[in-house]
Design a binder for this molecule. Structure first.
Ligand SMILES: Cc1cc2nc3c(=O)[nH]c(=O)nc-3n(C[C@H](O)[C@H](O)[C@H](O)COP(=O)(O)OP(=O)(O)OC[C@H]3O[C@@H](n4cnc5c(N)ncnc54)[C@H](O)[C@@H]3O)c2cc1C
Length: 461
């Protein structure tokens, strides 16, 4: 019945129900959860609207899916239902060069947009390390960040308006250009629980005149962390300020020969972009601060090739850890920048206590930590140790005045942790917002909100 109706509306080529097809959509980069009843690949907003109406008639939940690179189980159909894959809605629909904006379909790959507008001297700023494969729709739904979001802001700062298919299958638009409620902001970061993004107007930025990249090496993590705080405290906002510890630089160098020192406890990868003179002035200021905080070496990338190699190494760091262990778990927490030294010490202690190898590669300027906990998932003891370590790190971030996610979102993984940072009253307000857009709770159920038993006020009606 479900399949028949979907095929009637979209054609058999757009509907997948064979077990081997469904299995491909049962996981994301965090977990494998449950099989969907069907996977549908729409080509238009009208198709999406038709799918939602059929799902509603058949009582099937809906999970929107971009590239499945999410790190918290967000795109996994834990309650079954229909997965809507946006792989075929991946085009730039309008390019408004004069106003520096573009209307894109949700399945467009993040980096493809920057590549498409580069010849106009423009780029799309949010740059998650997954930008080679993750989609703009997934980025919007998770409010994705990235190394350059330190100065450019996260996805929410680059979305100008959205076309949404709601839980009834109706289509509406939001825009930040008009007066009234800023509904665009409500949808960015809502992880597919309020509506389905079918197109988005996004901001494009002018490519900077000059880009410089520097690597500062330190003998201990504390000094590198202190340098991060000092750079920002001095009123300098580099376009990116990333940190990698020695576990990561060694893995990256073994895999990519990117140009990082492998004998330093920590390195800072610093980028500044803008007008030539400003960037040059910032180099001497940042260099002075780094040296004052114990930097033992300072390297300036001389060519675009060197810069690109350093960035490619940084953005591929997670994959490089495959040389250390078959699996890794990425924790994503935020702490106030000034608490970085304590947070990193606590990460090291938690990993040590549980016998886990940890590598740190993260957006230091934002205080957004990504400890990579390495393990072998065939070993249940190691799995338990990773869960415990991740949990201790989460609690430590909260205790230091931080929060449970910097950019990867809540999804299924952290939904129960929401009660650690939000009161029941806070969560009840969020649930009421969801009920306005999705009263039947059919859009990505099981995500964001803690299990009903622990929080009666946010349980479904
Ligand atoms: C190696 C690696 C590096 C990463 N680096 C970063 C990083 O630097 N910064 C960062 O923020 N994240 C990072 N991530 C996490 C992930 O890439 C981001 O969360 C990304 O935004 C997910 O995009 P996606 O297209 O893969 O979405 P998916 O994983 O498919 O979906 C993510 C969420 O978005 C929802 N969704 C997808 N499309 C739509 C739509 N059209 N309408 C409504 N909801 C939708 C899904 O239901 C789900 O809840 C990384 C992941 C990996 C594996």
């Amino acid at each position: 019945m479900l399949r028949d109706r979907l095929v009637e509306a979209l054609g058999s080529d757009a509907v997948k129900t064979a077990p081997e097809d469904l299995a491909v959509y049962a996981f994301d980069a965090y977990t494998d959860g449950g099989l969907p009843s069907a996977v549908v690949l729409p080509s238009s907003t009208r198709d999406v609207s038709a799918i939602v109406k059929i799902a509603r008639d058949c009582g099937e939940p809906i999970v929107a899916r971009g590239a499945g690179t999410g790190l918290c189980g967000g795109a996994v159909p834990l309650a079954g239902g229909i997965v809507i894959s946006f792989a075929r809605m991946n085009r730039v629909l309008d390019l408004d060069e004069r106003n520096r904006r573009a209307r894109v379909q949700p399945g467009l790959i993040n980096l493809a947009l920057s590549r498409e507008v580069a010849n106009l001297g423009l780029f799309y700023a949010p740059d998650p390390s997954s930008q080679l494969i993750s989609t703009i729709g997934g980025n919007i739904a998770t409010n994705a960040g990235g190394p350059h979001c330190l100065s450019y802001g996260t996805t929410i700062n680059h979305v100008l308006g959205l076309e949404i298919v709601d839980a009834a299958g109706d289509v509406f638009e939001t825009s930040i250009d008009v007066a009234g409620y800023d509904l665009t902001a409500a949808f960015v970061g809502s992880e597919g629980t309020l509506g389905i993004v079918t197109s988005a107007w996004v901001r494009l930025m002018a490519l900077p005149e000059s880009v410089r990249v520097w690597v500062a090496a330190f003998d201990d993590i504390d000094s590198a962390s202190e340098a991060v705080s000092a750079i920002i405290a001095a009123g300098i906002l580099p376009t990116a300020l990333e940190m990698m510890d020695v576990v990561i630089t060694r893995a990256v160098e073994a895999a990519f020969h990117a140009g990082y020192p492998t004998d330093a406890a920590a390195v800072l990868l610093i980028e500044n972009a803008g007008f030539d003179e400003d960037v040059e002035a910032s180099e001497s200021a940042i260099h002075t601060i780094a040296v004052a905080h114990g930097a033992r070496s300072w390297r300036s990338a001389r060519t675009k090739g060197e810069r690109d190699a350093l960035w490619a190494g940084r953005k591929s760091a997670a994959g490089a850890t495959g040389r250390i262990a078959p699996n890794y778990y990425t924790q994503d927490v935020c702490v106030p920048r000034s608490r970085l030294p304590q947070a990193l010490r606590a990460v090291g202690e938690a990993a040590h206590e549980n016998g886990i190898t940890v590598g740190n590669v993260f957006h230091a300027g934002d205080g957004n930590l990504h400890p990579l906990l390495m393990y072998d998932k065939r070993d249940r003891k190691q799995v338990a140790a990773v869960i415990e370590t991740g949990n201790q790190i989460l609690q430590c971030a909260i205790d230091l005045g931080g929060t449970i996610s910097g950019e990867h979102g809540i999804g299924w993984e952290k939904r129960d942790a929401m009660t650690r940072v939000y009161s029941t009253a806070d969560l009840a307000v969020m649930a009421r917002v969801r009920d306005v857009f999705d009263p039947m709770r059919m859009l990505n159920p099981e995500k964001i909100f803690p299990a009903g038993a622990r929080c009666p006020e946010v349980a479904p009606p």
